[in-house]
Design a protein around this ligand. Structure first.
Ligand code: GBH
Length: 524
């Protein structure tokens, strides 16, 4: 595999510069100058990706099928552009280029995930794929050579199809197989991988894929499946944590945690008590449901969540709560099982209470939460309908987490980013990162939030689940029309490099045509 660096036509880019600034209206609303605070030297800057979204090589080297492979082959119309992950950004073949890109960003960390069916083609640990192991070994070696620390997610949604056929996370026995897989991963790669996250976004995975049919497995069993899924994932996470803690940490000396996601929730009208309660209820039922069992002193689901779902279940004629109960032993087993608070954050909504909305069903998690959510109309929505830009929400969320779970466990932002139309001069993304990072600096320095790391989502344009390739989050552009999947850094890549290296946000960066355009290269 060869990598080729070419200097792009700088002058053309510079010429279009001021025009674009005007067109995007950047200047008026933007701050200027340097952020008041800088990032400490030991702060972890990184960039994130996920196996299914970039690797491709869906059957290369004897890889087994994951549920997204199988489902999208069977239902090609599931994604908006009828695409799938067969080739994606072809990182299975281009991992060396990926490492060059990570390196060029000036960051020290790369968050990526292992594809479970790539190393265990049958899903089960009785057969390990040599090619799968070779791939990740080569990738980790390449990263270590480049002085980049891998941060590895075991499960970023690509469950082997065989377990999906057995009910996925609704089947408690699948938890045993996940723990087997975790053991294989620790044994194979624990010598070089020192930071693990067990799972990505339990809420989104269970809600979109088990409760709704927005993501695979598209179970659409509302009000029941998403809670079974969440419950078993929490148990799976905790068991993988204990396995590492007892059998691997003593000699491998790494860290292990989990990644949760949360939109921030504000009251629609902060003068209305019911809106204030709706926002708090949303945060407890969507983030607290997962965070409280792991990070609180008492463990278990929050009281508010247990009581609410139990009451509504009773009113609906169920003989017990649709939210499963932890035994006292399980409460203790799950408590304290994360060395850091891995947080994915993208956006904020405003909340007001609601008994019923048009697209809800009864029962469902939406109905249980009982909140109508909409962004403030003044917040820009640059790319995806669900993602409104509201940087102060990030600071408020970091404060909410700190208020609820304290400062002992450091927060590591494992994803944050924005989608747009995919242009190379991605001022929207530059502005998003600058403003969100600035809010994070305020949370750290003025509010005492213990944030120790930040990973931008995402290294390059990728397969965005049901949105296929229509939605762009990358710091690097990927040419999906070319079999080479050529990568080109966007303006945001250069800006992010500047932040990671100077440890400062420079709001004037994009206004000064002096930045490192010589870093502007393409990688074939
Ligand atoms: C993260 O999820 C994921 O971890 C990552 O894999 C993903 O690529 C990234 O976000 C960007 O989406 O309103 O029905 O269209 C963030 C959660 C998942 C929330 C997709 C919004 C859209 C569902 N997002 N979801 S819909």
């Amino acid at each position: 595999m060869q990598s080729e660096c070419r200097v792009a036509r700088t002058s053309v880019l510079l010429a279009s510069f001021s025009l674009l600034l005007l067109a995007t209206g950047v200047s008026s609303a933007e701050q200027s100058g340097l952020s008041n605070y800088s990032f400490p030297d030991e702060f972890m800057f990184g960039v994130a990706s996920a196996a299914f979204q970039i690797e491709g090589g869906w059957n290369a080297g004897g890889k087994g099928e994951g549920m997204w492979d199988t489902y999208l082959h069977k239902h090609p119309q599931f994604t908006v552009d009828h695409s799938n992950g067969d080739i994606a950004a072809d990182s299975y073949h281009k991992y060396k280029q990926d490492v060059i890109m990570v390196k060029s960003l000036g960051v020290q960390y790369y968050r990526l995930s292992i594809s479970w069916p790539r190393i265990l083609p049958h899903g089960t640990a009785n057969y390990i794929s040599k090619d799968g192991v070779r791939y990740y070994r080569a990738l980790f070696d390449e990263l270590i050579k480049a002085n980049i620390t891998p941060v590895v997610t075991l499960f970023h949604w690509d469950m082997p199809t065989v377990f999906m056929d057995l009910g996925g996370w609704t089947n408690p026995k699948v938890v045993d197989y996940f723990v087997d897989y975790a053991r294989v991963a620790f044994e194979l790669f624990g010598d070089v991988v020192k930071i693990w996250t067990t799972m990505n976004e339990l809420h989104i995975h269970c809600y979109q894929g088990y409760g709704l049919d927005v993501f695979v497995p598209a179970m659409n069993l509302r009000g029941i499946a998403e809670y079974l899924c969440s419950h078993n994932m929490l148990l799976g996470h905790a068991r993988a944590y204990h396995l590492y803690d007892k059998e691997f940490r003593p000699h491998q000396k790494g860290k292990i945690g989990v990644t949760l996601d949360a939109f921030f929730a504000e009251p629609k009208d902060s003068n209305k008590q019911e809106d204030v309660e709706a926002a708090e209820r949303y945060l407890q039922m969507r983030l607290g449901l997962y965070a409280h069992p792991i990070y609180s002193e008492s463990g278990n689901y929050p009281d508010l969540v247990r009581e609410r779902i139990a009451n509504i279940s009773r009113q609906q004629g169920f003989s017990r709560s649709r939210l499963p109960e932890f035994t006292p032993e399980e409460v203790e087993m799950v408590k304290g099982t994360s060395d850091f608070f891995g947080l994915n954050h993208y956006t904020t909504y405003q909340m007001s209470p609601s008994e019923m909305e048009e697209d809800w069903q009864v029962p469902s998690m939406d109905h249980d939460v009982g909140v109508k959510m909409a962004p403030d109309p003044s917040w820009p929505i640059p790319g995806c309908s669900w993602l409104a830009v509201y940087p102060p929400g990030f600071r408020k969320l970091l404060n909410w987490i700190t208020d609820n779970y304290g400062t002992k466990i450091p927060i590591v932002v494992t994803e944050n980013g924005v989608c747009d139309g995919g242009e190379l001069n991605d001022y929207t993304r530059v502005s998003y990162f600058n403003n969100y990072l600035n809010q994070m600096l305020l949370a750290m320095n003025e509010d005492g939030c213990n944030v120790q790391g930040y990973f931008a989502w995402t290294l390059m344009d990728d397969f965005e689940w049901s949105d296929g390739y229509t939605v762009k989050f990358g710091l690097f552009h990927v040419d999906f029309k070319s079999p080479k999947r050529t990568r080109t850094p966007k303006l945001s890549a250069i800006n992010f490099h500047e932040i990671a290296v100077t440890r400062r946000v420079n709001f004037d960066f994009i206004k000064i045509p002096s930045y490192k355009y010589n870093a502007f290269y393409r990688i074939d």
